[in-house]
Ligand binder design. Sequence first.
Ligand SMILES: *[C@@H]1O[C@H](CO)[C@@H](O)[C@H](O)[C@H]1NC(C)=O
Ligand SMILES: *[C@@H]1O[C@H](CO)[C@@H](O)[C@H](O)[C@H]1NC(C)=O
Ligand SMILES: *[C@@H]1O[C@H](CO)[C@@H](O)[C@H](O)[C@H]1NC(C)=O
Length: 268
Amino acid sequence: MKVTAAILPLIASATASRLHGTSLLPRSADGTVDVNSFNYTNTGGPLTWYGLSKTNSACSEGKHQSPIDIVTEDIDYAAASSIRFNVPSTDNAKFENLGSGLEVVLTNGTLVAGNSSYKLAQFHFHTPSEHRINEEYYPMEVHFVFENSNNAIAVVGFVFELSQFGYSTPLFDSVFAHIDDIATPGTYTKTSHLDFTALTAHLKSHVHGLPHHPPCSEDVAWFLSTEPLPLNVQSYNAVKHVLKFNARYTQNALGQDNLLEVAASELN
Ligand SMILES: *[C@@H]1O[C@H](CO)[C@@H](O)[C@H](O)[C@H]1NC(C)=O
Ligand SMILES: *[C@@H]1O[C@H](CO)[C@@H](O)[C@H](O)[C@H]1NC(C)=O
Ligand SMILES: *[C@@H]1O[C@H](CO)[C@@H](O)[C@H](O)[C@H]1NC(C)=O
C-alpha cells in the first residue's frame, strides 16, 4: 500500500490560527457572535496585524509563525502518529460567521498529544488553504483548536481537494447545510448531525505538526494532515462565497527570521 501522506507534528508559533474561544481570545459571554477586528484585506490584513495590539509582536518578530510550506520529506511521521483525536458526534452545533472566519462552536472533543490532554474549543475554515504542501496550496483548510488546563494550544488541521466525483466527506456537507443563512458577519445558524468517525480514521493514517492569526502566539502544537479530504464543488463555492478570502501569507520556514523583519532590512 502506498502511503500518500502523513501526520507531521510541528511546534510552530504563530498566531495560532485563530484562537477564538480559548483563554487567549475568549468568546463573548452573552452568546452573541464576536466579529473579528482583524481581516485579510488592505490595511486590516496580515502585514499589519502586529500593530493591532501590543500582544501581537510575534506576528512581525516570531520565527515560528504559521502557515508554512510543509516539505513532506522533512516530516517526522513517528512523532505525530501517536496523537489521539476524539470528537463525539453531535446534533445542531452552532455555526457562526465571525467576519474573517466561519466557526463551529463545539467543546465536546479531546486531543491527546505527547503527555498532554487538550479539550476542543471550536473548529473553523480557511479559503484558500493556509498551509502549503511541497509549495502546493489547496482550496480550503479546516482547523480544530484545542486547549489544555495550562492554556497551551494544539491545532489539528486538514486540507481539502475538489472531488472530480462530486463527493465530500459527509461531515462537511452537514456543517455547510445551512451556510447561505450566515452570509452576514455576526450571524449564526445550526449544523445538521455531525459524525466525526471518518475524519478520525483519515487522521490516523495521515498527519504533520505547526500555527498563526492575531495574536501570533508561538508554542502552539500543530498537527496537519498532508492527505487532502474530498470536497464537492457546490460546497466549495458556497463556502467561498461567504468566507471570501482568509488565508495568511506563507511564513518563513520554522526557525528562520520573520519575513516582515527580512523585508524591513532589505529596505534599509
Ligand atoms: C479590513 O480592516 C480594515 C482596517 O480595519 C478596514 O478598513 C476594512 O474595511 C476591512 N475590510 C473588510 C473587507 O472587512
Ligand atoms: C456534549 O456531551 C454531553 C455529555 O455527553 C452531552 O450531554 C451534550 O449534549 C454534548 N453536547 C453536544 C453539543 O453535543
Ligand atoms: C512524557 O513523559 C515521559 C515521562 O515523564 C517523558 O519521558 C517523555 O519525554 C514525555 N514525552 C513528551 C512528548 O513530552
